[in-house]
Write a protein that binds this ligand. Structure first.
Ligand SMILES: NC(=O)c1ccc[n+]([C@@H]2O[C@H](COP(=O)([O-])OP(=O)(O)OC[C@H]3O[C@@H](n4cnc5c(N)ncnc54)[C@H](OP(=O)(O)O)[C@@H]3O)[C@@H](O)[C@H]2O)c1
Length: 289
């Protein structure tokens, strides 16, 4: 029985794949890249090319980890693939979403609501992961380049407090379901880090760890769209992330933390890594110079 991991060797999927492998569970990673170029058993797969949907099922797939494609409306593709997986007898699904996701909302909302319907009509089981902002935004995504090159990062988050979470911990939450360590409850799971930090406080953590001043510079939403375009984010994310930063400045992430909605410790059996320890762990890897 093989677990299909979509999302290629992206931030969460690469960690899900390697954690499942270390539990000796068979995996198959779905990727647009050449399968031989990635360090896992892999199959060619493109969410927006339905001719690639059958190939994974040459293997005996028992569960699917879903990272939707970065397009405005992924549901028509993802739901069509779920139909194919169900036709092949797959009953277990873990969907990677975010704290802003809602079952009746846009983007992944229609995937979540479809899984919800299928839990009744087709007896499938599912979990929706709703992680907050990743620590890895500072090492693998929008802030890495400017920290390395100019000792600065930018945001529209102002003094919004965020419970940054490590990608290893998000992956471990998914693995808890995929590996059968936790029962599926057919619901969403908010995943937050153990500590609230503003972006100014993040800059201080970096300054202390790296031994040079790292600054957080504030920009408005339009300024951030341009900033994110300049570091290569696609149009969807260059526009969406600044909007989410503004909602964080208004307390969206702090509210989840204060309300005690985090399920990370419950799913992992331990607390997630805190941001300071994460920076210490990662600082010799060359991300930040
Ligand atoms: N960053 C954050 O703070 C944050 C917070 C909460 C939620 N999220 C959510 O997390 C998700 C992103 O996860 P991530 O950061 O692990 O992703 P990621 O690192 O961006 O990787 C996603 C992978 O998906 C693959 N992919 C893209 N389009 C595809 C397509 N059409 N068909 C097949 N594969 C495709 C790409 O791999 P190949 O090119 O190799 O195929 C890519 O490496 C997003 O849905 C985001 O909204 C992010």
């Amino acid at each position: 029985m093989t677990i299909l991991v979509t999302g290629s060797i992206g931030k969460i999927s690469s960690r899900v794949a390697s954690q499942l492998q270390s539990l000796s569970l068979p995996i198959l990673v779905a990727t647009r890249r050449s399968p031989s170029s990635i360090p896992f058993p892999a199959v060619t797969f493109d969410w927006v090319d339905k001719s690639t949907y059958e190939a994974p099922f040459k293997h005996d797939i028992s569960a699917v980890f879903i990272v939707p494609p970065e397009i405005q409306e992924p549901a028509p593709y993802v739901n069509a693939f779920i139909d194919v997986a169900i036709a092949h007898g797959v009953k277990k699904y873990v969907l990677n979403a975010g704290t802003s996701a809602a079952k009746d909302g846009p983007f992944v909302g229609p995937v979540w609501s479809y899984l919800d319907t299928l839990a009744t009509s087709k007896n499938i089981e599912f979990a929706v992961l709703r992680p907050t902002w990743f620590n890895e935004n500072f090492s693998e995504l929008q802030h890495q380049q400017t920290i390395k090159e100019s000792s600065v990062f930018y945001s529209a988050a102002e003094d919004g407090k965020m419970p940054f979470i490590g990608a290893d911990d998000i992956a471990a939450a998914g693995v808890a379901f995929l590996a059968g360590q936790k029962p599926y409850e057919n619901k969403d799971h908010v995943l937050l880090g153990p500590q609230l930090l503003t972006h100014d406080e993040v800059a201080k953590v970096f300054s202390e760890a790296l031994g040079r001043e790292i600054r957080h510079e504030r920009k408005d939403m339009q300024g951030m769209v341009k900033q994110y375009e300049s570091v290569g984010l696609n149009a969807l994310y260059a526009n969406f992330l600044p909007y989410l930063e503004v909602t964080a400045s208004q307390g969206s992430q702090e509210e989840l933390f204060v309300a005690g909605l985090d399920e990370t410790e419950k799913l992992l059996g331990r607390k997630g890594i805190n941001f300071k320890d994460w920076v210490q762990r990662e600082k010799s890897k060359g991300y930040w110079g």
